[in-house]
Unconditional design. Sequence first.
Length: 705
Amino acid sequence: MPGTTTRQADALHQEQETVDDAYLRREELLQEVEQDLEAAPRDAVEAARITSLRRRRSDLRHAESGLVFGRLDATDGTSRHLGRVGLPRADDDSEPLVLDWRAPAARPFYTATPLDPQGQRRRRHIRTEGRRVVGVDDEPLDAGGSEGEELVGEGALLNALSARRTGKMGTAVATLQREQDAIVRADSDGPLVVQGGPGTGKTVVALHRVAYLLFSNPDLASQGVLVLGPSRRFLDYIAQVLPALGETAVVPATCDTLVPGVAVERDESRALAELKGRVSWQDTLTAYAHSLVPAPEALHFLLDGEPHTLPLRQIRRAVDAAVSGRDLHAARRWFVENVHDLLTDAVVEHHDELLARVEEGLEDILERVDASQAKSDDRGVHTGATGGHVDGTLSDHDIEQLRIRIANDRSVAGVLDDFWPLYDARLTLRDLLGDDAALSEFADWLDPDQRALIAGEPAPLASSDIALLDAVSELLGPIAEIDDQGEFLADRAAARRDWAYGHVVVDEAQELSAMQWQMIARRVPSRSITAVGDIDQTEAAHRHTSWEGAIAPVFGERWRRSDLTICYRTPREVMVLTGAVLAKAGSHNEPPRAVRDSGFEPWTVQVRDAELAATVRESVDAMAARWQGGSVGVVAPQARVTALREQLPDVVVLAATEAKGLEWDAALVVDPDGITTEPRGWNGLYVALTRCTQELGQVVLPARR
Ligand SMILES: Nc1ncnc2c1ncn2[C@@H]1O[C@H](COP(=O)(O)OP(=O)(O)OP(=O)(O)O)[C@@H](O)[C@H]1O
């Protein structure tokens, strides 16, 4: 229809003008920020302003794509453009040229429907390639509607979803759906667990939530946000999806990298990973750390050749006072200071006794000398702070000097070190884990075989040791105060094990052991946590089958749950296969509903072992030809991966474990039965089947006996 084409051309033209204005305005704003940044900070207020300017610069620089992606036309005749960052007009008072997607006024863009138009007449998605507007998708919101209109901006969404997958994760900021938006903007008090099946946008939601929280809660930038992902590859996503995040207040990490200066040094069996992830370790380690508090005894010191003894009674009191509510090293510091005081008192007392004895002797002599002379001497009065050096008693200053000398005395320090040594966290953990007798005392919930398994492990750290090490480090406390260093908050936070973050986001949260949850809880005293995951994709050794089982040991009842129910990745043709697989995995959940058809029926070829290699090669080549410009991936049982990789050097070949979180246009699942016999069983196959955005092929071998 020519009329439609003209209207479309007009719309493109009109939006191009806005987009051009927006890029110009962004340039101006960037220049202003650069100029402001040239001035060196003079004080703390200035320094905070500089930090916020840097953040603004980073936001502006990284908003190159998606600078403007939408428009809302209200029923009152006003309209607003939306984009990745807000762009105020030069005369700050009027409506911004572009509204930040995170601003409250932008919300109807993600939530308005014809049934609930929220004062809006039309929603427009503006598609751009670079700086060029290539399309607009309009959705009338004033035409009334029916129940069950599930998708927001359907045209733009389906367009985005059918785009080729290049291996890089795209941004979904323009097409976030209602149930996703509700989670992105949810309150951040207390733990929020988001359950979503494959392809429901859990990672998308988690990362956009970080951006939203930082925008809506400026204080968060000074506390930092920890984003925990399953792997380095996930962490790279952060830079791809929300590039501006990485530079300032966000610390990306995996559970294995959470303790600064410590890395995983070896693999471990699933049996050991499961055992060492149990929450019972928290009590075990607490009791073990407590056993390191020394048993009180009288302490003997030698100062300036003089012996001094602090009796058992005093030491017991000092130890008891020190340990209450403190970690072991803080208690030790408290105790040591207390002993320095006690020792100072003892020396002063000793000095006074000596003096008194000298005075008694002197008085005998003085009685024999002229009484008037003795009177004028006035030696019997203790003048405290001022007269000490005159009359032989110690002044406050003398006592302070004495205390300093005692605090720096090597022999005193030696006695205290012997009595209450400093503990290295790693050696302490090793001492416990490597000692069958200690394990039977402090971990009586382990049976003898389990103890032997743990005590027989080599010293280098495995992944499950990191969470145990973190718990031990917390119980011991730092040996000395740590200096905060680094220009950006993210650098300073990452360098400290004891940094208290304002919020923590966890992706693939179903994989966390109870001890890893403890490790996270320690880092966010406010418990402001967003955890996204799919309990049905659990791979970790603990194999939790419910969020209650996974979370309750650490958070009890104090957490909320939200569900994502729509699958944006995997097409309907494939998702219908997954219900049976999920049931075989023992899940009571339904797979998520697919949002679209791909038009490709999943296919299966049966081969004998001898034909496997050739069939896989052929299938991959055919898929690659069909999905040019996109991606093809192969998922196979672990035991076949090496051989397949040699045979297909140009294709990604992964075990089901490694494929979690990834997606390709086409996926070839090799030997699905073999995948179900791996430790993850049917859950592994569920992951494998849900990796494609368009086409699924399966190469099946004869059933095993
Ligand atoms: N609202 C959206 N708009 C556009 N694309 C989206 C949207 N939500 C999700 N997607 C896309 O769907 C795909 C799946 O998203 P994502 O990887 O976040 O899902 P997931 O739930 O983490 O999946 P998995 O459980 O398999 O790891 C990605 O390509 C993502 O970009």
